[in-house]
Structure formats: structure tokens, C-alpha cells
Write a protein that binds this ligand. Structure first.
Ligand code: ATP
Ligand code: MG
Length: 425
């Protein structure tokens, strides 16, 4: 039997990578919190309908990437079978939750979420079938200043992750409904005249959503796209003014951006602002964080008309780019050297943990071996307890940075270790 492996495109996450990903989420929670965002955790699976309509039948996600399944009525004890889908992205589920919980009474709403998402894609570095996102949504504000706020938040996060000079903000507008319709017509004319050169996927998109051809990853399509009409030629005055206001706001707070006329987002529900933070350091997987405005989405899901804007960041890509998280743990190692000491060690360890120290107990081997292991593990102190010392009420405290060793009364261990490590309890 070959070695047991996880399913294709899924991975076990541990060690430096787990620490790096944790750091991304921790920083996100702190930064988003400073913008007034609150946690919303939606289920990892939803009714398939939640994703199908909003994202669009011809989107990559709906047409080929979703993990959908039927939960049979008989086996689950439900009345009817349910069509369910593992979360491929957060926005649609967040809007569903907004509607389900009647949150329109409390606008504006600011939600932060994080966790796994699932897409059946061809796995490669930085592209997985189970991956993880941080996600922010702002509902109930239709003014361009909201777009500035949410991009500013992304930019602050990226800088705090040390990525300020590794990513470039690509910014575009998709305009309002009217402008998009005009642009759609221009694209149908243009691509319609080059039908024979379009990929099969894009030929289908030509009927349903020609804008999406601009997002195609097919090389022949890409060549055609280079000569396609520009959104900016089809924008009405309102849409132009909206975009100008977004750009002005970004300039005011000093967020550098590049107007990228070819940037469209892969999903149906976007309007006005679309943006991506892109790096050149991750090959083809260069988009680390992306988002945009989706004013029609809540309504499309059956809720009251509610404007929205948000973004999602790929945690794996952000962690990869900001460098692995090395362990900063400096444990205290307890070394009981006899049967009586073995019991005393439990007590000493618990007392130190209660004072916020990381504590491990090494119970095997001679003292030399244990001290060697302690040094290799980046431990800060060793607390050596012999049976005799228990009777005398002292332990030997060895400072592993300086090598000095002193007898210390048990009652004083916490105070001495805490003052040396700066830990307050
Ligand atoms: P791409 O163009 O790379 O396929 P996307 O447009 O499909 O990205 P979004 O739906 O905008 O991506 O998701 C937001 C972010 O989530 C992406 O910018 C990326 O960092 C991350 N992401 C998306 N798909 C994957 C995946 N399969 N594996 C790892 N990260 C992903
Ligand atoms: Mg994709």
C-alpha cells in the first residue's frame, strides 16, 4: 500500500506554516476590529442556491469548481433531499446570513469572517481545493467613501503583514447598471466579430456574461482581450463621478493604486469598484486579496435592496508572502529526578502555567541528556527537582541563556522566572 495521503488539493497544516497562517488571521482580526468589524461565522455548507444564482451559472466557480452534494431525505430524517454546497467563497453566505437574521434593522453592518473554502481547481503552489480566506463585508453604505474605507483596511492589513512593498493595488470600475449594459453591448460586438478565435468557455460567456471573457485565463482569449473596447469608453457621468471619488479618497489617505482597465471580477454580482492586490512573487497565483462592490446581491438573494462592498484574502498566499512564522516559544522545562520529585513536578508546572508560562516536563534520561534537549528546544529555564530537594523545599533553577544555576525555594520560583521573562500574571 502506498503511503496514506490526504485527498488531492488538500493539505495538513502545521509547524511554521500553521504559525504563519495564524499570524495572518490574528492581524486581520485586530486590524478589522479597529475599523469596527465584528465576527460573523456562517456554516461551511449552504443550500446550493445561495451560491448558484449570485455567482452565475457560467462563473468558473459554479460551472466547475463547487463541491455540491445531495443529502438524502431518507438517511438524514428530513422531509426532502437537500442540495448542498461546501462554501466556495464567503460573500454570498454572509449576505444570506444578513437576510436570515433580519439584520437590515441595524445598518450599516460590518462583518469579518475567516476559515476554509472549497473549489475543485487544478492544484498547484498557492492554489488548493481546500484553502482558507479572511473575509470582510460592509453592508448598507452606497457612497464611494465606503469603498475607500474598505480598501484602506485591506492596505493597513497588508502593511502590518510587512507586504507594503510587495503588492500593488489594481483598481477598476465596472460602472453602474447602465454603464455595464453599454459595455456589455460593446463587448458582444467586438468578441462576436472574432467568434472563431474564442475558447469554448468564452463562446458560452459571450451569450451569458461577456464581461467575464476579460477574466479568461486562456491564451488565445487573452490575445483577443488585449484589443477589446475599454470600460472607460462606456461609462456614464454618475459612474465616472463615483470612480473619481474613490480615487480621490485613496489619494487623500495615501494608498497607492494602478488603474487597471482590464480588471474584472469573476462573479456576476459586482458593480462600480473592483480591486485586487497583486504580487509578482507568487507566479501565476499573484492575487493575494481581492474584492469589490456588489449592490445588487442582497436583493438577488431575496432580501431588501442593500448596497455592499467587501473583499477576501487568501490566507495561504498571504502567509507565504509574509514569510513563515517561526516559533517564539521559550518554555520552562521541569526535570524531576526521582519518584517523589515526579509528583512535585506536576504542582510546580501548574503553578507556573497559572502565571502564563509555557511549561513542559521532561521525565526521562539523565540530567545531561535532558539539559541538551532543553537547549535544543529553545527553552529559557530548567527547573531541576531531586527527591532530596523536595524535602528541603528547593529546586535548582538553571538559566539556559547564561548557564548559571541557583537553588531557589519553591515559593519563589514563579516570582523569579516571571521577573526574568517579563511575564506578568
Ligand atoms: P484566482 O484568479 O487566483 O483564481 P480568484 O479570483 O478565483 O483568484 P477570489 O475568488 O477573489 O479569487 O478569492 C480571493 C482570494 O482567495 C484570492 O485572491 C486568493 O488569494 C485566494 N484564493 C482563491 N482561490 C484559491 C485557491 N484555490 N487556493 C488558494 N487560494 C485561493
Ligand atoms: Mg479562481
Amino acid at each position: 500500500m502506498s503511503k496514506l495521503q490526504p485527498a488531492r488539493g488538500t493539505r495538513d497544516i502545521y509547524g511554521d506554516e500553521a504559525r504563519g497562517m495564524r499570524a495572518v488571521v490574528d492581524t486581520f482580526q485586530r486590524v478589522a476590529g479597529s475599523y469596527g468589524f465584528e465576527e460573523l461565522a456562517t456554516p461551511i455548507f449552504e443550500f446550493t442556491e445561495v451560491y448558484k444564482r449570485p455567482l452565475g451559472e457560467t462563473s468558473d466557480i459554479v460551472s466547475k469548481e463547487m463541491y455540491s452534494f445531495e443529502s438524502s431525505a431518507r438517511e438524514s430524517g428530513d422531509k426532502e433531499a437537500e442540495q448542498l454546497t461546501l462554501r466556495p467563497e464567503f460573500t454570498a453566505g454572509v449576505c444570506r446570513a444578513f437576510i436570515s437574521n433580519g439584520m437590515q434593522q441595524h445598518l450599516p453592518c460590518r462583518f469579518m469572517s475567516w476559515g476554509p473554502a472549497f473549489r475543485r481547481e487544478r492544484p498547484q503552489k498557492g492554489r488548493y481545493r481546500q484553502f482558507h480566506q479572511i473575509n470582510a463585508e460592509l453592508l448598507g453604505q452606497d457612497a464611494p467613501e465606503a469603498d475607500v474605507d474598505i480598501i484602506a483596511m485591506a492596505w493597513r492589513l497588508l502593511r502590518e503583514l510587512g507586504l507594503g512593498d510587495k503588492v500593488v493595488l489594481h483598481l477598476n470600475t465596472l460602472g453602474d447598471k447602465e454603464s455595464r449594459a453599454a459595455y456589455r453591448n460593446a463587448l458582444v460586438d467586438y468578441f462576436g466579430a472574432h467568434r472563431d478565435q474564442l475558447s469554448e468557455d468564452s463562446l458560452r460567456r459571450l451569450e451569458s456574461n461577456p464581461l467575464r471573457i476579460l477574466d479568461s485565463k486562456d491564451d488565445a482569449d487573452k490575445a483577443l482581450v488585449a484589443g477589446a473596447p475599454l470600460m472607460s469608453d462606456c461609462m456614464n457621468e454618475d459612474s465616472k463621478a463615483f470612480f473619481e471619488a474613490v480615487k480621490t479618497g485613496l489619494e487623500t489617505i495615501g494608498v497607492p493604486y494602478r488603474h487597471d482597465e482590464r480588471l474584472v471580477r469573476g462573479m456576476d454580482y459586482y458593480c462600480h469598484t473592483a480591486f485586487e492586490f497583486i504580487t509578482t512573487e507568487l507566479g501565476a497565483q499573484g492575487t493575494v486579496l481581492a474584492g469589490g462592490r456588489y449592490d445588487g446581491l442582497v436583493e438577488q438573494l431575496g432580501g431588501p435592496p442593500t448596497p455592499g462592498i467587501g473583499w477576501a484574502g487568501g490566507i495561504e498566499r498571504l502567509a507565504m508572502l509574509s514569510g513563515a512564522g517561526t516559533s517564539t516559544l521559550r518554555p520552562v522545562i521541569i526535570m524531576p529526578m526521582g519518584d517523589v520529585a515526579m509528583q512535585k513536578a506536576f504542582e510546580v508546572a501548574e503553578t507556573l502555567r497559572a502565571a502564563n508560562h509555557t511549561v513542559l516536563t521532561d521525565r526521562s534520561g539523565n540530567l545531561k541528556k535532558r539539559l541538551n534537549r532543553a537547549n535544543k528546544s529553545n527553552a529559557r529555564f530548567a527547573v531541576i527537582i531531586g527527591d532530596n530537594e523536595v524535602t528541603e523545599g528547593v529546586a535548582a533553577l538553571k538559566d539556559l541563556d547564561t548557564g548559571t544555576q541557583n537553588d531557589v525555594k519553591f515559593e519563589q520560583l514563579v516570582t523569579i522566572i516571571s521577573s526574568a521573562t517579563g511575564e506578568t500574571s
